[in-house]
Ligand binder design. Structure first.
Ligand code: SF4
Ligand code: SF4
Length: 357
């Protein structure tokens, strides 16, 4: 596999962040308070989707086995029941990721229920117009460049019938129209689309997405799925992602340390102790808790490529947090010293100028 960078990348220089990021604040909070049980989780708000992507875990089994959807009133009742049955620290209603199917098929439910949670994320395929909800963290799934994306997501060309633009063009329009929503592109890496990563990063940076993030495809346990990249291949791709992150900086929402944690020498420790499985909620469309995580009981934890367990570990590992905070303090100290030195030189120059006058 050739994972060398081939394209020219010239992202705009980034402004230096002055305030701590949400990531920094979360690290400090979890350092002192621990990772909250049920603080993070997901709701499959619908079992319907207008697409049938080749790698979709949701429609991997027979569709008649999918759970029935709760109505809007039933979802409200379910959340009220959770509130009544749990103390705030047992179910803090902190962060909910709305998924499906495509969650925007049930806009009515999300619109009514998002206020239960402090933070909300929606992961959509991007073909349905986005409601103007700027308080939401928006994620749109992209599986490659335009041709690859169409091949994976619209196998029968339904979106291209009668001269209509394909899915990729529709998403581009949706993102370009909604730059103010701060959309994150979510790319699930498979053997099929691994070669498109570099061009997709460049393309969506230039289109005006705010961030990009990556997962590796997670197969169903017991199935030798050709879409899965083995650990050696995955390690090579991680090196490429790190190289791109060093160019694009915070356009990559995943910190470099999280990418390093996905390497084969460390990943099993994290998935064996997965915080999603142990401390998060994942409700199916009928409001019941799913097996182990949003991907359902069939997902193979040993070959998991979902970035979330790694991200959560990076937020909660005290040793890492301390080393991060120490490094950040050092950088801040160095900047202060540089600024002091620069001011000192300025004052000395000023004095020199006065003396020579
Ligand atoms: S858009 Fe998402 S839910 Fe719909 S088929 Fe594709 S992967 Fe599955
Ligand atoms: S499949 Fe991945 S995210 Fe899901 S429970 Fe297993 S390790 Fe965690």
């Amino acid at each position: 596999m050739n994972t060398e960078l081939r394209l020219e990348h010239n992202p705009l220089p980034q402004k230096r962040r002055r305030l701590p990021s949400a990531y920094d604040l979360a690290k400090v909070a979890f350092f002192f308070m621990g990772f909250p049980k049920n603080g993070f989780g997901s709701i499959d708000v619908t079992k319907r989707c207008n697409l049938r992507c080749r790698h979709c875990y949701y429609f991997a089994g027979p569709e008649e086995d999918l759970p029935n959807e709760l109505s809007l009133d039933q979802w409200v009742a379910r959340l009220e029941e959770l509130k009544r049955a749990h103390k705030p620290w047992e179910f803090p209603f902190f962060n909910c990721t709305w998924v499906g199917g495509d969650p925007l098929i049930r806009k009515d439910v999300i619109e009514r229920c998002k206020s239960y949670f402090r933070y909300n994320t929606i992961v959509t395929n991007g073909t349905i117009p986005l409601p103007d909800w700027p308080e939401i963290n928006w994620y749109i799934s992209i599986d490659g460049d335009a041709a690859m994306h169409e091949a994976i997501r619209d196998q029968h060309g339904n979106f291209r019938k009668n001269g209509r633009p394909g899915i990729h063009a529709k998403i581009k329009e949706n993102v370009a129209k909604n730059k103010h929503l701060g959309i994150t592109i979510a790319y699930c890496i498979t053997r099929e689309n691994v070669a498109c990563i570099e061009s997709v990063v460049k393309d969506w940076y230039e289109t005006g997405a705010r961030h990009i993030t990556f997962d590796f495809f997670t197969p169903v346990a017991g199935i030798d799925d050709p879409l899965w990249l083995d650990y050696h291949e995955r390690d090579q791709v991680i090196e490429m992602l790190i190289a791109l992150r060093r160019i694009y900086g915070d356009f990559f929402i995943i910190p470099e340390r999280v990418l390093r944690m996905m390497r084969s020498d460390r990943c099993r420790d994290i998935t064996d102790n997965c915080l999603l499985r142990e401390r998060s909620f994942a409700f199916d469309a009928s409001g019941r808790q799913k097996g182990k995580c949003v991907m359902g009981d069939g997902a193979d934890c040993d070959r998991c490529g979902c970035v979330v367990p790694y991200y959560l570990r990076s937020l909660t590992d005290r040793e890492m947090i301390l080393s991060d905070l120490g490094r950040e303090a050092l950088v801040a100290g160095r900047r202060l010293a540089e600024r002091g030195l620069a001011q000192g030189i300025g004052v000395a120059r000023g004095m020199g100028a006065q003396i020579s006058i």
